[in-house]
Design a protein around this ligand. Structure first.
Ligand code: SF4
Ligand code: SF4
Ligand code: SF4
Length: 297
């Protein structure tokens, strides 16, 4: 089935928004932005590695692992629990989660954009089992919080493919003096990166679906997010187009409020206008429609 154009010009430019976001988040080469990075950086919740030579913002996952690793040492040395909680990172995550939520994933995340780009290379797609989406929570609790807390080692960063790409590849490329430090772990991490890149061609958003702890945090707050996506079942004619265009591999008719939805709004291409993003305070469109029908004698 031919993919119809978006009715809204803004929605049709999602790829451009993702591209601009990626560039803007990596402009530390510009002299006036460099102090931002050296000052510790602004924590922006998308997957954009702090180790990247161009990164202006810091990744909350790295910051959370660092805070977890420090917390045990500080508490052991007598610091109160209240003083070791990373309020700034948790506050940032909370604010972005309840405002933009997973729109960060669908529109602003550089690693999400990379997955969308590579997905265009093949029409053949594999579908991971639905339960696999819960692995993200295991990565969040295990490798971002608990294991770094007990080992003071940032284990998620050690296997993060965005880190392997932006930090692991670009740093030695731009700084030859670093190449001497390349060891077995570096090769292992880059091999995993290659495997991930291949998977991006044949699975829709596999990293977002299976591993990303940041997406998992957004998913936890999905119900509070300011914009919610609604399907009006009375308008749907079951053409299947929304399922065909969904970059997350969902069936929006049934899974539009799924914890795996990345709020990209691609399903709003629906020719019947059955899918729309509405502010959370507006009544469910489905309820409104049902209510009207019930008044008809
Ligand atoms: S879930 Fe995907 S798009 Fe969202 S932050 Fe993680 S990598 Fe980026
Ligand atoms: S919601 Fe729209 S695009 Fe999806 S199956 Fe129904 S009519 Fe087709
Ligand atoms: S259900 Fe719609 S908004 Fe959610 S990921 Fe799929 S196409 Fe995007």
């Amino acid at each position: 089935m031919k993919c119809p154009p978006h009715r809204s010009p803004w929605l049709a430019r999602r790829g451009w928004v993702q591209a601009v976001s990626t560039v803007v988040l990596n402009l530390a080469f510009l002299r006036f932005l460099a102090p931002l990075k050296s000052a510790g950086g602004f924590c922006f919740p998308v997957l954009n590695c702090w180790a990247c030579p161009g990164a202006v913002t810091s990744c909350p996952l790295g910051a959370l692992q660092h805070a977890a690793g420090e917390a045990r040492l500080l508490v052991a040395s007598g610091t109160s629990w209240l003083a070791v909680i990373p309020y700034y990172i948790l506050g940032t995550l909370f604010i972005f989660s309840v405002t933009l939520g997973r729109f960060m994933c669908g529109w602003l995340c550089p690693f999400g954009w990379l997955q969308d780009l590579l997905a265009k290379l093949s029409k053949y797609k594999l579908r991971p089992p639905p339960w696999a989406g819960y692995l993200r929570y295991a990565f969040l609790v295990g490798l971002v919080l608990v294991v770094p807390y007990y080992t003071s080692v940032q284990w998620f960063s050690k296997i993060c493919p965005q880190g392997a790409l932006q930090g692991g590849l670009l740093q030695p490329l731009l700084h030859p003096e670093l190449r001497g430090g390349i060891g077995a772990w570096w090769w292992f991490k880059e091999a995993m990166l290659v495997a991930w890149l291949l998977s991006f061609v044949f699975v829709r958003r596999p990293f977002c679906r299976l591993m990303c702890p940041l997406g998992a945090i957004f998913s936890l707050f999905y119900g509070l997010s300011v914009l919610q996506i609604r399907v009006d079942p009375h308008k749907c004619v079951d053409c299947g187009l929304c399922e065909q265009v969904c970059p997350a591999g969902l069936n929006p008719r049934e899974q539009v409020s799924s914890h795996l939805c990345i709020s990209c709004l691609e399903c709003q291409r629906c020719p019947q206008g059955a899918i729309a993003a509405v502010p959370v305070w507006r009544k469910d469109r489905r309820e409104e429609t049902v209510g009207l029908e019930e008044q008809v004698p």
